[in-house]
Design a protein around this ligand. Sequence first.
Ligand code: FE
Length: 210
Amino acid sequence: MSGHDHDHHHDHDHSELSETELRVRALETVLTEKGYVDPAALDLLIETYEKKVGPRNGARVVAKAWADPAYRARLLKDATPAIGELGYAGRQGEHIVALENTPARHNMVVCTLCSCYPWPVLGLPPVWYKAAPYRSRAVADPRGVLTDFGVTLPKDTEIRVWDSTAEIRYLVLPMRPAGTEGWSEKKLAELVTRDSMIGTGLAKRPEDLA
Ligand code: FE
């Protein structure tokens, strides 16, 4: 590649881009020019995670776990294959652990180092998940963070914070709301919010559904 000529000009206006965006674009340009990356494939990958893979996948997993005790047991024992049963698998989700919320223990997930997140079930992480205040305060003051999110738990509920890594991603299994006996999985899934699967929220109650 040493003899390759790179004297053509890039005349896009970069002035509105952040440094990170600039770096990403520069990297994409270099990889494309060297033939490592097909820009169309890259666009498709990004669009997939922006539009197609999102928290509705996780909501289906949670709803099935609420409705089907055998599935719930499989999910809590080894989440990755249980999630794979529904067809959700792939990058950033090679090893997922499901955390069961109970009246005694509430689980909350953070990545203190960066933004590790279970893509196949939740899609791309929200901006606040990647932000320094959440990443630091989730560990130092989880109850305060929950208050900021509008969640108040009983005093004697233990809050456990789980730090994601490149190897392990977590999915919180929120508590099934009261008054949902006999509901179909499809209807149950409507109660499952993204935040309830991160642990910064609770599942909706039946009366919250418009
Ligand atoms: Fe991370």
